[in-house]
Ligand binder design. Sequence first.
Ligand SMILES: [Zn+2]
Length: 149
Amino acid sequence: METKDILKQLREREGLTQEELAEKLFLTRQAVSRWETGETQPGIDLLKQLSTLFQVSVNTLLGQPRTLICQCCGMPLHDDGTISREPDGSLNEDYCKWCYADGKFVYQSLDELLDFLAEHMANESFPPEEARAYFARQLPELAHWKNKV
Ligand SMILES: [Zn+2]
């Protein structure tokens, strides 16, 4: 789906008229109308405001051009409901809600996260020590750990 259709769908889901959405964003109704006809596209600041308002990621507003990955634990964020939030309610698309909450990171060190993953991701064919070794290779590549390990 294209941004224009996504914006229209979200606005209707919230039961807002173009006028009402425009008011929330301090814009004219014409500006909202132009997004929905595809004549213009909201800039990044407006996309962020729309993301907070509709509680969907900017990535979703753009038609999901990329797969978001938690930069702490490596989990793909296919569903906007798994994305973390800042204390002000805006979405932080870099992290999942299990790694980052209330403005704080849950894991203070890579070892702490590896212990958790080894325990919870292991199964019969993927024993804890192998799970730990696997994640110990993958996670240092993620932005959150890159400069710390
Ligand atoms: Zn995570």
